[in-house]
Design a protein around this ligand. Sequence first.
Ligand code: ADP
Length: 398
Amino acid sequence: MNILVINCGSSSLKFQLINAETEQCIAKGLCERIGIDGSMISYQPAGGEKEKTVTPMPDHVEAIRLVLEALTNPTTGAVKSLEEIDAVGHRIVHGGEKFTQSAVIDDEVMKAIEDCNELAPLHNPANLIGINACKKLMPGVPMVAVFDTAFHQTMPEEAYLYGIPYDYYKNYKLRRYGFHGTSHSYVSKRAAEFLGQKYEDMKIIVCHLGNGASISAVKNGKCVDTTMGLTPLEGLIMGTRSGDIDPAIMEFIAHKEGKNIDEIMTILNKKSGVLGLSDNLSSDFRDIEDGYFAGDENAVRAMKSFCYKVAKYVGSFTAAMNGVDAIAFTAGVGENGPIIRTLVCEYLGYLGITLDEDANHKRGVDIQISTPESKTKVLVIPTNEELAIARETARLVK
Ligand code: ADP
């Protein structure tokens, strides 16, 4: 069974075709600048050359048409015809409280996703456009929605409620939802499997550290807390997002600089995080890492603040679970940044953690980076959200 996994944004669309039995990616690619001048599709079959084509893509229907054309191309295509694509799995950002797990897409599910638009105005409408485009071009092919928020729906009330008037929760469902759920679920399960322990008996902390970053506490196979909230702005310091701040800062800047709420939200989402803290050196952790080693004070400040915050949340989630058996690092920074893992773990001596620095410098494989004596295990588990979506899709359409 071949599953097409689609992650549709407002002007971009990432895709992977995955064989559900072998779990191998057969082809992957990306459409960029959809609806903007200079649209481009890149396509790469497994083991083949990556090709990039600049071609007009006025809308997502055209983008998906080009994806299907690339996948069935007689020379470089991964399949002979569309009939070899058995189902489509869509990454959906917000499932609100309605979706505690993935769902086969029908009219009712589409409506429920639309009802969540208000909670994710930048993402859910784009996800729906992707679903509609696939419906048009692949009529009758079953589709599944896999939600970024679903894994976190097991959080208890005390973890998801904000300390604001309860009416806001009752009337508007203002609460913490959490994101990156597909990754947190995949990595925590894989961590238990890697250690040969029962998922249902473990306390695991997953640090998904990418451009967007979040941590989750997974106790006995269920998420009990996570750092992102109503939106992905809460929690850790990220590439360009501030993470937690005193909300009164918004009022202060508004008064001081005469800014309106939209301008302030742009500052917190796009100009803060390590970009802001490094005095605009970079939002890319590779640059921050280089600067850190070169002793650049802007990079050192950003790096130390980022790692401190990660360690602080690991501590608070250890308290939330009354212990922790394993900590797993994942995503762009978590998988590739040994110095970040070292700096974070320097705070965690009280958990009996010592790092094996040789293992900490290996890349691209599931690996234990704590020493065998280490009381709490520390792992690096490369995430694979596409595979997790393909698994969910195959499970539901079978
Ligand atoms: P997102 O999906 O949120 O865009 P990713 O998980 O792809 O993020 O992570 C992107 C981040 O990973 C970038 O900041 C990038 O610099 C960082 N990254 C990639 N490779 C390395 C590396 N070798 N060392 C440190 N950071 C890295």
